[in-house]
Design a protein around this ligand. Structure first.
Ligand SMILES: NC(=O)C1=CN([C@@H]2O[C@H](COP(=O)(O)OP(=O)(O)OC[C@H]3O[C@@H](n4cnc5c(N)ncnc54)[C@H](O)[C@@H]3O)[C@@H](O)[C@H]2O)C=CC1
Ligand SMILES: O=C(O)[C@@H]1CCC=N1
Length: 275
């Protein structure tokens, strides 16, 4: 471990997720001089260099990576193996944190020849410090390594640990992909509001405010979700009409099907690209 108070953190892949985590770290005072990114795409390297001046930007893995205390894997599952085999020889004795969906720590251990591996499943609200991340550590990961990962991840929002690695596929289906479901509902609410005659931007403002308000109420309340829902639902009233319509169309069951499809896809990605 580097002796300064700030560990050297290397990102392999500098896309959406890496940017969100780098943003969190920089907001919390991690110096850009202690951050490096391997990103082959010139435009993306230029964008990151402009957004976070002072970071070491590398087009490919090279000897500079030797100083890494923590390596964050933020490439697509499809490119993980190639990236791991290319960077592995330069990585010394670093701790590894992967955010890739599906790719198991067992695959990573084989490619990187180390057991110091933590897997994370973050989500894009990390961009605004309101991320939700699920974490899982291999047995060989020390308490000090877990603490370092927690310090990094907390700069982007909240976290939960799971003990069984396959649970990360469920975390992926729920909170990893989850922001997309929320945007999907927001689009549906905005479009329905517009069809009822509201200006689309007014409908969107109402929809977003409602999500934030309801989620905050649920977070702060000690009451069950069902009670909160029932409190909105006057017998024979408007909400009752809406919920009855959703129940008749099987919306809850269809929504569950969607999450199971995401969970299944996470496992498939691991099987397909983890070999
Ligand atoms: N976007 C999301 O909401 C979430 C994504 N993830 C996971 O994060 C990972 C990255 O996703 P995004 O950031 O959305 O993708 P992205 O496509 O924005 O970023 C991936 C970056 O990796 C770069 N890259 C490609 N080959 C490389 C190599 N050999 N070495 C280094 N960099 C390379 C690409 O140029 C690209 O900029 C994925 O594995 C995904 O499963 C996890 C949680 C949420
Ligand atoms: O869609 C995906 O595969 C990634 C993982 C979770 C969110 N985005």
């Amino acid at each position: 471990m580097n002796t300064s108070t700030h560990p050297i953190i290397t990102f392999i892949g500098g896309g959406n997720m890496a940017s969100a985590i780098i943003g969190g770290l920089v907001r919390q005072g991690h110096p850009t001089s202690a951050l490096q990114v391997v990103e082959p795409w010139d435009e993306q390297r230029a964008r990151l260099a402009q957004q976070f001046p002072g970071m070491t930007m590398l087009p490919a893995a090279s000897a500079e990576l030797k100083s890494s205390d923590l390596v964050v894997w933020a490439v697509k599952p499809q490119t993980f193996k190639d990236a791991a085999l290319a960077a592995g020889p330069f990585l010394g004795d670093a701790l590894h944190l992967s955010v890739a969906a599906g790719i198991t720590s067992e695959s990573m251990a084989g490619w990187l020849q180390t057991q110091r591996i933590v897997r994370a499943m973050p989500n894009t609200p990390a961009l605004v410090g309101l991320g939700m991340t699920g974490l899982m550590a291999r047995a060989a990961v020390s308490d000090a390594d877990r603490a370092l990962v927690e310090r990094v991840v907390r700069t982007t929002g909240e976290l939960v640990w799971v003990n069984v690695e396959s649970d990360l596929d469920a975390v992926t289906a729920l909170s990893g992909s989850g922001p997309a479901y929320v945007f999907y509902f927001l689009e549906a609410m905005r479009d329905a509001g517009a069809r009822m005659g509201l200006a689309p931007e007014v409908a969107q403002q109402l929809a977003i405010g409602t999500f934030i308000g309801a989620a905050t109420l649920a977070q702060r309340s000690s009451e069950p979700l069902q009670t909160l829902r029932e409190r909105v639902t006057s017998k024979g009233g408007t909400t009752y009409a809406a919920i009855t319509s959703m129940d008749a169309s099987g919306v809850k069951a269809k929504f569950a099907d969607a999450l199971f499809a995401a969970q299944k896809r996470a496992a498939e990605l691991g099987a397909e690209f983890g070999k």
